[in-house]
Ligand binder design. Sequence first.
Ligand code: THU
Length: 133
Amino acid sequence: MKEKLLEKAFEAMGNAYAPYSNYHVGSAFLLNDGTIVIGANIENASFGATNCAERSAVYAAYSQGYRQNDIQAVAIVTDGKILAGPCGICRQVLSELIPGDCPIYLSNKKESKDTTINELMPFQFGKKDLDEL
Ligand code: THU
């Protein structure tokens, strides 16, 4: 399933709209019911409006009604020269929206790494902090 999910993420990468950076990212989320939801990075001339691939995918999954415990595995791939991890904003978003121990498969075809959001982001700020108020 890992290979299939990476393949779907590379397919999604083909849908990236990245005329400014020319850096293409794709993501695929495997859900417990077997559904795969994909996302790509979508840039904008107002650069701050750009959406990363993994956020496109996780927002699509949530928009379809899926929630944290429905998410089984995540793949994030790029066409970069070196292996990349998710950006800081995506780490923050994923820390709230996917399980902390959910496998995250990273790849740029040449290199790959398996990780989790708990590994990528220690001492997370989240809902629990606001619940304490
Ligand atoms: N990008 C992602 O899609 N995910 C990340 O985690 C890192 C950055 C995109 C955003 C932008 O379109 C391009 O990569 C260059 O930053």
